[in-house]
Design a protein around this ligand. Sequence first.
Ligand SMILES: Cc1cc2nc3c(=O)[nH]c(=O)nc-3n(C[C@H](O)[C@H](O)[C@H](O)COP(=O)(O)OP(=O)(O)OC[C@H]3O[C@@H](n4cnc5c(N)ncnc54)[C@H](O)[C@@H]3O)c2cc1C
Length: 475
Amino acid sequence: MTTTDSLAWRDEDVRGFGMAVGGPAKVLRPTTVEQIAQAFIEVRARGGEVALRGAGCSYGDASTSKHGFVLDTSRMNRVLAFDPVTGIATVEPGVTVRDLWRRSIGHGFWPRVVSGTMAVSMGGAAAMNIHGKNNFALGSFGEGVKSFELLTPRGELVRCSRDTEPELFHAAIGGFGMLGCFTKLEIETKRVHSGRLRVWGIVAKDLAHNLQILEDLRGQADYLVSWLDLHGKGVALGRGLMHRADQFESGEDPEGLRFFDPGLQDVPPNLFGVIPKGWLWPGMWGAVHLHQVNLVNWLKFQAGYREERHSPYLQTHGAFHFLLDYVPRWQWMTKPGGLIQFQPFVPFEHGERVLRTLIERCHQHGMVPYLGVLKRHRPDPFLMTHAVDGYSLAMDFAVSKSQPKREALWRLCRELAEVVLEAGGRFYYAKDAVLQASSFGRVHGDAAVTKFRALKQKWDPDRLLQTDLSRRMGV
Ligand SMILES: Cc1cc2nc3c(=O)[nH]c(=O)nc-3n(C[C@H](O)[C@H](O)[C@H](O)COP(=O)(O)OP(=O)(O)OC[C@H]3O[C@@H](n4cnc5c(N)ncnc54)[C@H](O)[C@@H]3O)c2cc1C
């Protein structure tokens, strides 16, 4: 570790969550807005570029900068205020989803939109405009942001809301850290009347069944998400287990009020109260490297029938949402090559055809994702939106250490991207490592790209804010 300047930049290996991309960078963890401003000045003077980073939970290269400078806001993590009547929180950018619900749940509020891990920061959530399992109903994270302060590379602290600087408001949310650094955000949470949810497991025999369940239930359910066994072929192609979860009405679950205790929401550190969950990933590593994922998926699918018979059952909000946090460092099961996630968004009218084609192509190329997650979405009002009125399918691929195999995977994903783009689909940069600059206009449309570039020119004329992702996409 070396210190290189007046600010304490440290040499570190900065990677995406999936570990497959990223590299060495100089990292600073500011604790004040003044330090961020100072960092901008210092990096500009050195002719460098800065990547903003929150908790580093983007799977790919959205918050990495190989051989560059990385400004990690995770130490700016104070909840500055929480109004127990309205549920509105004022937070620093490094506050995580976990920090937020721990503060709100005791007052009967839960974050409107949460990701599959609670480690994500508010700055990163806003910059990517994350979605939850309720995207079809409540929309994206940004729709619950009331206002924010953005420190631009020009050194101005700009307050943005739907009324003040609305253009910048709608571009910085979802603007993948290209226009400035969120330094403070005002975020809505939502009222919940129990610390638990009523949950159903529903077996979906194939892709069409999965999509039909989403359509049938999206007017009624609060949350819907389906795990897909992407190893299923023929009549089993796209089979999976859908989870529906509903909130309780006031007074419906008096026993559930006990679970407003944050200690009862957290994911337990031990399995059966004994085995540290941190020990589980080596077993999963075995499944991936001994090519047993298809067997594991088959067993999981069969277990779905039992779950369906025992539905509905009760789960805390934490247990339902943060399944992926149950196994700490689970991504290590893909070492040494790591993993990439690829999450296309496909318009409703092309949903079944395109998703079927994507899964079939994976089979044809012998590179089947070990995990697939299907969700229903709705459009949102942000400039660089990835949302569509349709579906997303997140596909997790283990990456080989062998360069030819790695290149083959990248080629496959680009081939899949073509299928999606031809159907008017979009991509989510938090889950991308493979798209190329030629896709940027096709993902967002020329008008949006022109407007975004103009805003970049206005607020960051020296193009100080860059990441490996933005360079790859030619932003
Ligand atoms: C296990 C797991 C499950 C996930 N599940 C979901 C899910 O269900 N739904 C979903 O939408 N996403 C999901 N994600 C992705 C995750 O929500 C996004 O990648 C999110 O942006 C990560 O936030 P972060 O704080 O880690 O940001 P980082 O990954 O560090 O950065 C993300 C982006 O935000 C920018 N940024 C960071 N801080 C700031 C700031 N202060 N100001 C301006 N820009 C900033 C960065 O430059 C970068 O472009 C998941 C990720 C993991 C690892």
